[in-house]
Design a protein around this ligand. Structure first.
Ligand SMILES: *Cc1c(COP(=O)(O)O)cnc(C)c1O
Length: 381
């Protein structure tokens, strides 16, 4: 809040603030703030990923100078050379995390170091520069501080934060770029399930895989998503909002959904989730659910799981519940599985009990309604 009043006092000026970070952030406040009434109308019904706050963060990188020029600036279009390598060779990575307003008005985020470290692993795989963890966390703090009024209040609402990095060297030769930029944009998010958490049917893609063995599946990169959109269309055409991908070698083992990890709950209360094979994205939500379930005394197995085990288990009752998880929707119960020539489960079945209680426990921690025994929450404002 202190930052905001300083900006108001010196509206046309730019301020340099060092905070805890190793590089200074220059701040250029927007002179075209969205009006209060406009913001309130958006926050009333934000949806997901449709509206953006007044500012963004940009940090440049060059091979010679490293990370420099950190800048909080008005939200707006990027100026990119048409030869920028990201446009041709898809050298791009991203992250997704949220800022939550707690009942006392303070604003927090969830395990940002984990996102920072994952972005470093993604960067390594995509031959992009690694952004130091403290600069990542500071960039989140900067955008949430200046756009604090955009963090919605109440229920399951949050401000979704989207850090991303692109290679922006103007060069068509095929090699890793020597110039890159990191940005953070922010988008208010309503409750993912507007009418209460609804179990979904999942389309099992047998024709396409999400990621190859030795490929980029463990990296959070745009290219993985581009490849998942056609099977996603196929899912929609079959009445399913999400796709489940199987392993790329045998087409037998569960991997994950287009943007969420997957868990089965066995009838004895054991949770089973596919082990990280290198083609699965290591979700922060996945890791947190594993921890919370173990805290409650549940056995959690990270292992290979076949599609047949799931299908047969749904029929026999051995598999009692299933859910997908990720930052955007937190935990989504899965009611049925559909494929080219099969359908198991009941689309109208209610969400599983353990699924819903783990979901509640996690969202209560994130929204400040329950204690945070693992120190996952980081205060931003
Ligand atoms: C981001 C993502 C997830 C979920 O990760 P969280 O850190 O839990 O949000 C799962 N799978 C894929 C492919 C993803 O991109």
């Amino acid at each position: 809040m202190a930052i905001i009043s300083r900006i108001d006092d010196t509206f046309q000026l730019t301020i340099t603030m060092t905070a805890q970070s190793t590089i200074p952030f220059k701040i250029t406040p927007s002179t075209a703030f969205q009006q209060l009434a406009e913001r309130e109308a958006i926050l009333e019904n934000p949806g997901f990923g449709k509206h953006f706050t007044d500012h963004m963060v940009a940090i440049d990188w060059t091979l010679d100078d490293g990370w420099h020029g950190a800048h909080v600036m008005p939200y707006g279009p990027l100026l990119l050379d048409p030869a920028a390598s990201v446009l041709h060779y898809a050298q791009e990575i991203f992250e997704g995390l949220k800022a939550y307003r707690h009942p006392d008005g303070s604003i927090w985020t969830f395990r940002p170091q984990a996102n920072a470290e994952r972005m470093q692993r993604s960067a390594k795989r995509l031959a992009l520069p690694e952004l130091p963890t403290d600069i990542f966390v500071e960039s989140i703090r900067q955008i949430v501080s200046i756009d604090a009024d955009w963090v919605p209040t109440g229920g399951e609402t949050s401000l979704y934060l989207r850090p991303f990095m692109i290679a922006n060297e103007s060069f068509l030769g095929v090699r890793s770029a020597q110039k890159a930029a990191y940005y953070v944009i922010a988008s208010p998010a309503g409750a993912y399930f507007a009418k209460g958490v609804a179990p979904v049917s999942i389309w099992v893609s047998t024709e396409y895989t999400r990621a190859a063995s030795g490929g980029t599946g463990a990296a959070k990169c745009g290219g993985n998503y581009a490849a998942s959109l056609l099977p996603q269309q196929e899912a929609y055409a079959n009445g399913c909002p999400q796709v489940l991908f199987l392993d790329p070698l045998e087409g037998k083992y569960l991997e994950e959904l287009g943007g969420m990890n997957v868990f089965l709950v066995m009838k004895d209360g054991t949770l089973v989730t596919p082990e990280l094979t290198g083609s699965i994205l290591e979700g922060v939500t996945r890791a947190s659910i594993i921890q919370l379930a173990r805290d409650r005394g549940h056995k959690v197995e990270e292992r290979r799981v076949t599609l047949d085990e799931w299908k047969n288990g749904m029929v026999s009752g051995e598999v009692a519940e299933a859910f997908a998880c990720g930052t955007a929707a937190v935990v989504t119960p899965i009611a049925a599985l559909k494929g080219r020539n099969f359908m198991v489960g009941d689309e109208t079945a209610p969400a599983g009990k353990l699924t819903m209680s783990l979901r509640q426990e996690l969202t209560d921690i994130q929204h400040g309604r329950a204690p945070d025994p693992h120190g996952w929450m980081v205060r931003l404002v």
